[in-house]
Design a protein around this ligand. Structure first.
Ligand code: CU
Length: 40
């Protein structure tokens, strides 16, 4: 979703529901760079 060292602005068109997103950099998701989105 993003490249190392870069800030990313993502515009997501989501279907209704819950989406789990996380950072793909090594160890980041484990360090808490993740979230759960709720689309309404
Ligand atoms: Cu990260």
């Amino acid at each position: 979703m993003t490249t190392p060292g870069a800030m990313t602005e993502a515009r997501l068109y989501l279907r209704q529901g819950r989406w789990r997103v996380w950072c793909s950099l090594d160890g980041h998701a484990r360090a808490g760079m993740r979230a759960t989105l709720r689309a309404r």
